[in-house]
Design a protein around this ligand. Structure first.
Ligand code: SAM
Ligand code: SF4
Length: 440
């Protein structure tokens, strides 16, 4: 056991990275290290994202600062993991920066051993496995107490969208066994968690390589049976694999929330084809119509990229018209960022920066307008909310979410955290609803 050493994890990126950081924290804690705030730590673990270039620059800046700090704090250890460390040019750069340990997304389990080895030999360690491992590692389920938590149901991705680095950094798609997932959810319910978010890059293709066949609809039904859990969410859905079986499961399972995040990426069929997305705008709109017919209350979220190579003004207008026609409740919008190793980075018709910037501003204006209108329509309604804790934007207020994933800010006290209560919506802005608790 290691004693007296304190670690701090710096997390960048998506919910999957947040979950990986919890896993790293559990592995290090079980090995005898202690989690600490940044000011007190001797060991820094970076857990990084390489989906867009801008995030990478920020990370290198922070690594540089810590390496400088090592001049005065000699035993400081910098370990670097996550998607960025699966990219060979990044590994070369980190080697030159004299980062102590560089470990890949498939080497998380080894982190305590790598640290022990570094502390014995004081020699730079590089542990990056390129190939997707055959075996799925079952990690410790421990994490900090809370109301809602993420649960991995699958790893990796086989889709190879032409803009995306994920299949290269996270490897081939593989699903955890339903019994292992249910066991983890039971453990979480016993620890007081109220809500689980089931995570995968494409949950709709869950189960493809399982010994005992099961799909995501089956998994939802199994998790729905776990006592103590009050709400179930999931992300992300790929339109091409979304089945009506899944929608039926959402309709049938009382705990599964009627919020679907289904990445559209573009409204132009020409762009969708070049992105290798395997659906058309018409297919996407028909799919939304079928979902809304079965789940009239459903809220829809999406991801959209602007400025993909070759995207013309007409293509972009197709995206705007799709957004106006579908009326998503919310959207994560991205400016296309070329990623080395992906097909689209080599496309010759890259879109100039200023054009991308103008397009994202226009798209955001349109989407924010729609979200604000939808939010205004909520005023006067009563919603059941699960209280998350104090609001992140105003610590004097409390924050909860409706089943449809809308944030509700209200006057209340921290002892309400984890409670389910009814609130009347009294006001809103683009990003939040404001409410007051009501009896009953
Ligand atoms: N697997 C999920 C799916 O397909 O819905 C998405 C995972 S990805 C980490 C999250 C989002 O990042 C994608 O849906 C896409 O909109 C965006 N993204 C991925 N690669 C990108 C790139 N090179 N430039 C800009 N945005 C990108
Ligand atoms: Fe990336 Fe496409 Fe896989 Fe999503 S489905 S992770 S966008 S390759």
């Amino acid at each position: 056991m290691e004693s007296g050493k304190k670690f701090h994890i710096l997390t960048y990126g998506c919910q999957m990275n947040e979950r990986d950081s919890e896993i790293m924290a559990a592995l290090l804690t079980n090995a005898g290290y202690e989690e600490a705030p940044e000011e007190e730590a001797d060991i820094f673990v970076f857990n990084t994202c390489s989906v867009r270039h801008s995030a990478e620059n920020k990370v290198f800046g922070k690594v540089g600062n810590l390496i400088n700090l090592r001049k005065t704090k000699k035993d400081l250890i910098v370990a670097f993991g996550g998607c960025m460390s699966q990219v060979p040019v990044n590994v070369e750069k980190l080697k030159k920066m004299r980062v102590n340990i560089i470990f890949g997304t498939h080497n998380i389990e080894a982190l305590p051993d790598l640290l022990a080895e570094y502390r014995r030999r004081h020699k730079q360690i590089i542990a990056v496995q390129e190939k997707t491992p055959e075996r799925i590692v079952e990690f410790p389920p421990d994490r900090k107490a809370g109301v809602t938590t993420n649960v991995n149901v699958m790893y990796g991705c086989d889709n190879f969208c032409t803009y995306c680095i994920v299949p290269f950094t996270r490897g081939r798609e593989r699903s955890r066994r339903p019994e292992d997932i249910v066991k983890e959810v039971r453990f979480l319910a016993e620890r007081g968690f109220q809500e689980v978010v089931l995570l995968g890059q494409n949950v709709n293709s869950y189960g493809k390589n399982l010994e005992k066949p099961a799909d995501f609809a089956d998994l939802l039904r199994m998790v729905n049976e776990v006592e103590g859990i009050k709400r179930i969410r999931f992300t992300t859905s790929h339109p091409k694999d979304l089945s009506m079986r899944l929608i039926e499961a959402v309709a049938d399972c009382d705990k599964v929330c009627e919020y679907l995040h289904i990445a559209m990426q573009s409204g132009s069929n020409r762009v969708l084809k070049r992105m290798n997305r395997h659906y058309t705008r018409e297919y996407y709109e028909d799919m939304v119509a079928s979902i809304r017919a079965r789940l009239p209350e459903v809220a829809l979220g999406t991801d959209i990229i602007v400025g993909f190579p070759g995207e013309t003004d007409e293509d972009f207008e197709e995206t705007i018209s799709a957004v106006e026609a579908i009326r998503f409740d919310g959207a994560f919008t991205f400016v296309y960022s070329p990623r080395a190793g992906t097909k689209a980075a080599l496309y010759p018709d890259q879109v100039p920066k200023e054009v991308k910037r103008a397009r994202i501003m226009r798209l955001n204006d349109v989407q924010y307008g729609i979200t604000a209108e939808i939010n205004r329509g909520e005023i006067g309604k009563i919603h059941e909310i699960l209280v998350d804790g104090p609001s992140k934007t105003n610590a004097e207020k409390m924050m909860g979410r409706t089943r449809l994933n809308r944030i509700v800010i209200f006057d209340g006290t921290p002892d309400l955290t984890g409670k389910m209560l009814k609130a009347r919506i009294t006001d809103c802005n683009t990003f939040s609803l404001f409410g007051e608790p009501v009896e009953g």
